[in-house]
Write a protein that binds this ligand. Sequence first.
Ligand SMILES: [Zn+2]
Length: 65
Amino acid sequence: MLECMRNDCDRPATEKTPGGGDLCSKHADAFWAQREKTNRDYPDSDIAPAWFDPTYAGERWEEDE
Ligand SMILES: [Zn+2]
């Protein structure tokens, strides 16, 4: 079973989100809410606004060395 790609989350992934990867229901809800808000605020732009943090919905690599 796939796990949610968000760090610190070990819930099973139930949704595959475009650009967001595999997310659990909780994080998928957050992802879609954020996406909807972005689309509403910037309906004509495919480019994420500067304040949009790609780590919010995507992968984040942490160096641990
Ligand atoms: Zn999650």
